[in-house]
Design a protein around this ligand. Structure first.
Ligand code: DC
Length: 228
């Protein structure tokens, strides 16, 4: 196997640290980082721009269902280079807009729909030499990946991490509201009909509750030692 063609998958719930770990791991190994959550976020934002955000997330979900817009017609593109992933709508990089709480509250209505799962999986399918993070990377999208990890952490710790991330981007949220949103997202992520969050037997489990980013990275590199 050519090491530069390798695929490493990192799955786990919201706020488990997957994306930060995946980014560092990719840098360390000279691979690219594919953030599949960002792809679902970009399709969600593209639909919000096309249809409006709706009065409530549920209202938005009903509009998405009724409008039956094809993913291709949203002109979503993803470009990944060594530094970062650019998530484009009609050629415009959406930067941090895809991470707003309004987008987060509406993703479910896109991530539950098979046509959008297939669209994201198509964007990912041709990628090689990547660390791919998400919910179904090791179970559905790259079932033959030779290295699969599953990251988890307590709800409390994940809410604290999300708060820090949001604050760094200039958004604020109440910690209890974040805990609630994480619990809700766990329940949605674990129970969707297609691409549900699931740990398969071939994934190495890492609990990140009491380990920092470098600690998690060290554990992953330890497991990969023979190959790298
Ligand atoms: O990793 P994240 O929080 O940015 O992901 C946002 C949402 O996208 C997540 O709650 C569910 C969805 N998602 C998914 O369904 N499958 C993936 N592989 C990645 C994300």
């Amino acid at each position: 196997m050519n090491q530069k063609d390798v695929v490493i998958t990192l799955d786990g719930p919201a706020g488990s640290g997957k994306s930060s770990v995946a980014k560092k791991l990719a840098e360390h190994l000279g691979l690219l980082h594919a953030d599949s959550g960002a792809m679902y976020r970009t399709f969600t934002l593209a639909l919000m721009q096309r249809l409006g955000p709706g009065e409530t997330p549920e209202d938005f979900g009903n509009q998405v269902k009724a409008a039956a817009i094809s993913p291709e017609s949203l002109h979503v593109e993803v470009k990944i280079d060594a530094d970062r992933q650019s998530n484009l709508i009609s050629g415009l990089d959406q930067m941090d807009l895809i991470r707003s709480p309004e987008v987060t509250a509406r993703i479910k209505y896109i991530a539950d729909r098979l046509e959008f799962r297939e669209a994201v999986n198509r964007l990912l399918s041709k990628m090689k030499g990547v660390v791919a993070d998400g919910r179904d990377m090791g179970s559905v999208v790259f079932p033959d990946a030779p290295f699969k990890f599953y990251l988890e952490a307590s709800v409390e710790m994940r809410a604290e991490r999300r708060l820090k991330e949001l604050q760094a981007k200039g958004w604020n949220e109440d910690i209890e509201a974040l805990r609630e949103s994480i619990r809700k997202r766990d329940e949605e992520d674990q129970n969707r009909q297609f691409g549900a969050l699931r740990r398969t037997d071939d994934m190495i489990l890492i609990d990140t509750t009491h380990i920092n980013l470098d600690g998690v990275l060290r554990r992953i590199l330890n497991s990969l030692q023979i190959q790298f």
